[in-house]
Design a protein around this ligand. Structure first.
Ligand SMILES: [Zn+2]
Length: 154
């Protein structure tokens, strides 16, 4: 294991949401409060990069060239687990190698802006619906449908 990974894993674990951390917004307890939280989400109030929410900056993550698949696997697992504590989940595309996932994490996830919420789950799919400019590139699962649509038009 890369010697730095142990520290990174500690940092990721420390970035998990503490029980009473609602980032300045009340935790909804009634239906009305839940609706207010959903409205806040839709309005974009409180939006910030994930790196700011978690304190995990891109420079903390060694480039994939320096790491083994095993290193990247444990980092990705810890990061997913940590993000779940913030009601947020990355919708990983199928058939991605560990390396491709790790590169995607650094390139597109760490500084991605979200509105953190105190209920439900934010699903980050990053998919534009158009595989020609989708962040997932060749891994985009909408590609198949897109190609089929294009064929139909032809
Ligand atoms: Zn896509």
């Amino acid at each position: 294991m890369h010697p730095y990974i142990k520290h990174l894993l500690e940092d990721i674990e420390n970035a998990e949401r503490k029980e009473n951390d609602h980032f300045g917004y009340p935790a909804p307890t009634t239906f009305e409060e839940e609706m207010e939280e959903v409205e806040r989400y839709v309005s974009g109030e409180g939006e910030l990069p994930i790196s700011e929410l978690t304190g995990l900056k891109r420079e903390y993550f060694p480039p994939s060239e320096r790491l083994t698949d095993e290193d990247m696997e444990v980092v990705l697992t810890a990061y997913d687990k940590m993000l779940n504590t913030w009601n947020t989940q990355i919708e990983w595309q199928p058939d991605m190698s560990v390396r491709a996932q790790y590169d995607f994490l650094l390139e597109f996830v760490l500084n991605y802006k979200i509105v953190p919420i105190n209920l439900g789950t934010i699903h980050l799919d990053f998919c534009s619906g158009d595989s020609s400019d989708c962040e997932w590139g060749e891994y985009c699962s909408c590609k198949e449908h897109w190609d089929e649509d294009v064929k139909k038009i032809d």
